[in-house]
Design a protein around this ligand. Structure first.
Ligand SMILES: [Zn+2]
Length: 245
């Protein structure tokens, strides 16, 4: 049975460090932004976590209970290694010192090599706040002489995934070929029925049609069927050019 960890960072206990942690303002953002990459990297043996910052509720057709059940289904579809919810307040997400300490504590306990945050330009205030909060928490997680749980730890990189609130013609830093996991990504998004199916227009293009079209567009840029774009502020370091195509 898949569990969403909601008891706070202090109670995480000993877990094997994650390869990367996707931090999402709301349950469904990780799936929309990088569900294909999450599924693909898990298939390749990486340990991948998702930390949702808020419940994402209220929404017109959702509730805390419905959204939690949907999150569990999506987590199972992607086969995510670890998932938690930080319990911050939806619609009121702010980069406060208290929130920074809480998220930094998750980083110290989960020890992800990389952290993925929403792209820094977004129309949703929760998303903009989340990105600032994640960047600051990454820095704080390496502090010594603090009462935060766990050992000091610094994720090596922060990378950015793209959410859908701002229709930007983005220039990604790189694109992952997700042709083999696009179905899994769409299924994980469909799991959030209260967000993308109930009460939504059924005439094309539906939300899911648009997500598929975006995937096809970014796939086209790398001559593959589907792709997912990412950004980085710092240059990407490669050990080899072998995987670049
Ligand atoms: Zn969101």
């Amino acid at each position: 049975m898949t569990e969403i960890h909601t008891d706070g960072p202090e109670s995480i206990g000993d877990v094997q460090p994650l390869d990367f942690l996707v931090v999402a303002p709301h349950p469904d953002d990780a799936e929309i932004g990088m569900g294909g990459t999450i599924a693909k990297m898990i298939r390749q043996g990486m340990r991948v976590g998702i930390l949702d910052l808020t419940s994402g509720e209220p929404t017109p057709h959702g509730s805390e209970t419905i959204r939690r059940a949907e999150t569990i289904r999506a987590t199972e579809i992607l086969n995510v290694t670890w998932r938690g919810n930080a319990g911050l307040v939806n619609r009121e997400l702010q980069h406060t010192l208290e929130a920074r300490k809480r998220i930094a504590s998750y980083f110290r306990m989960l020890r992800p090599r990389w952290v993925f945050a929403p792209y820094f330009h977004d129309a949703h205030p929760d998303h903009v706040a989340a990105t600032e909060l994640i960047e600051a928490a990454r820095f704080w997680s390496k502090l010594s002489k603090t009462d935060m749980p766990g050992e000091r730890f610094h994720p090596e990189r922060t990378f950015y995934y793209f959410c859908i609130h701002l229709r930007l013609a983005v220039q990604p830093s790189w694109i992952v070929d997700i042709s083999e996991t696009m179905d899994q990504k769409l299924d994980s998004i469909r799991a959030y029925e209260s967000q993308f199916v109930v009460g939504r227009p059924t005439e094309p293009p539906t939300m899911l049609d648009r997500i598929e079209t975006d995937g096809a567009y970014f796939g086209n840029l790398i001559a593959r069927r589907y792709g997912e774009p990412f950004a980085t502020k710092e240059p990407l370091a490669l050990t080899s050019l072998r995987d670049v195509f």
